[in-house]
Design a protein. Structure first.
Length: 216
């Protein structure tokens, strides 16, 4: 079984040790390295080539926000999950804009395994304890009139597919749940992205949150 390679970036050794101990229980995840600041993280990703980086935001020398921005630009295939106790709206939205595929509060370590697996498989993960900030922000900003919203151009089946995509289900599971073929499910997914003018999964998640499609 191919393991998901993880790099832990946090300036507190006790936190890194705790995360390593927790992830050691997962048979499909392997911690391949550690870094104590953003600059070390940049060096480590080049040397170790991890699949997923757990990134603290508040660190010395180079903070996690800037490190995430650089990693996502230089290594778009790598997935960054922000790991922080500063779960305020500004931090959540800023790290997402920087390119992170997930955000976990340090007070919710049980989310680590699921989050790593979700982002590794191309999905997006928001810890429930921080998702409310994103929901509130996008609901406030989504004063779109019904006639201007491309959501209403979707068929009922496409709306079903949109919701399942936003919830992180892969194509095969979407097909099984809707009793359609994977090829048909893929077609619906493409139509959803095209009609809504979305180019990637992160944009899809933001749109679903803004529309109130995801119930968190």
């Amino acid at each position: 079984m191919q393991k998901i390679k993880v790099l832990i970036v946090d300036d507190h050794a006790i936190m890194r040790d705790g995360i390593k101990a927790l992830l050691a229980l997962a048979e499909d995840i392997e911690v391949i390295g550690e870094a104590s600041n953003g600059r070390e993280a940049l060096d480590s990703v080049r040397q170790l080539v991890p699949d997923v980086i757990l990134m603290d935001i508040a660190m010395p020398i180079l903070d996690g926000m800037e490190a995430t921005r650089r990693i996502c630009k230089e290594h778009p295939q790598m997935k960054v999950i922000a790991l922080t106790q500063h779960d305020n709206k500004e931090s959540v939205l800023s790290i997402i804009e920087a390119g992170a595929c997930g955000f976990i509060s340090k007070i919710a370590p049980s989310d680590l395994g699921p989050a790593i697996r979700h982002v590794y498989n191309g999905d997006f993960f928001l810890s429930p304890s921080v998702a409310k900030f994103v929901v509130e922000d996008y609901r406030f900003k989504s004063a779109q009139r019904k006639g201007d919203d491309p959501y209403f151009d979707l068929t009922d089946r496409e709306k079903d597919v949109l919701k399942l995509m936003a919830e992180g289900y892969p194509t095969q599971e979407i097909a099984d749940m809707l009793v359609i073929s994977p090829k048909t499910a893929d077609g619906h997914k493409r139509n959803v992205m095209d009609k809504l003018g979305l180019s990637n999964r992160t944009d899809l998640i933001k749109y679903a949150i803004r529309r109130g499609i995801i119930e968190l």
